[in-house]
Design a protein around this ligand. Structure first.
Ligand code: SAM
Length: 227
């Protein structure tokens, strides 16, 4: 893989509250733990120096759940994708704080990462926790879960690989269920073809906590790739 040359000089966690030295340290951390779209198809055996079960998380946010999962499963590898630079900054700090060797990050659109950097049939698990719900009808087309997305993702998972989704916004959760149920090559792990109870292995995410404060329900879905 080509050397990671992108700087993270613009990764300001809170404007005016990060020193030059902290910024330099973040730049160095990005050099070690960041991956770039421009480097194309990734060889993750080389990136992680081993062949281990591999999870891709889309939209890590501030990364609390991502860091907790990576820390709890050192025998597995994690790839986090997030567009928000403050989230990437927080993840970099967390990787260093917890000395995590099993987490790497992309700071870009997950669709581009899936198309350009992830080999077919290579992922064991994909996580999509509390994606932006785009409440207004005219914005629904911006929702990440769409038929084309389900098909793209299916190709990247191994057969038997798991796609775990969660939302606190019932209309989006229902949309996810409808899209995934209609997509070919997937099986819903819920016996009744609906939602599953909140799985204990999913760490409480920042947006889940927010949803709970607002009195929203929590809706989890698990689908596996069957062919
Ligand atoms: C509502 S937040 C949820 C964050 C986190 N999963 C949680 O539960 O706390 C959605 C996150 O997805 C990120 N995001 C939205 N679209 C994305 C995309 N196409 N690729 C990568 N990240 C994306 C946003 O920047 C945001 O941080």
């Amino acid at each position: 893989m080509a050397q990671n040359t992108r700087t993270v000089r613009s990764f300001v966690l809170r404007k005016g509250r990060i020193t030059e030295a902290q910024q330099r340290a973040l730049d160095e951390d990005w050099f070690r733990f960041g991956l770039n779209l421009e480097d194309g198809m990734a060889d993750f055996d080389q990136v992680f120096g081993r062949n281990a079960p591999r999870t891709l998380e889309i939209g890590c946010g501030m990364g609390g759940a991502t860091l907790a999962m990576a820390a709890a499963a050192p025998e597995q590898d994690f790839i986090g994708v997030e567009v928000h630079q403050a989230g990437i900054g927080a993840l970099l700090l967390g990787i260093k704080k917890h000395s995590l060797g099993n987490l790497r990050l992309y700071r870009c659109d997950a669709l581009d990462v899936l198309k350009q950097c992830i080999a077919d049939n290579s992922l064991d698990r994909v996580l999509l926790f509390f994606p932006d719900p785009w409440h207004k009808k005219r914005h629904h087309k911006r929702r990440i879960v769409q038929a084309e997305f389900a098909e793209l993702l299916r190709g990247k998972l191994k057969v038997g690989g798991l796609f775990h989704l969660a939302s606190d916004w019932q209309p989006y959760a229902q949309h996810m269920l409808d899209v995934m149920s209609a997509a070919p090559g997937w099986r819903n792990l819920a016996a009744d073809g609906g939602f599953i109870p909140r799985p204990p292995e999913r760490p409480l995410t920042k947006f889940e906590q927010r949803g709970e404060r607002l009195g929203h329900g929590i809706f989890d879905l698990k689908f596996i790739r069957v062919d």
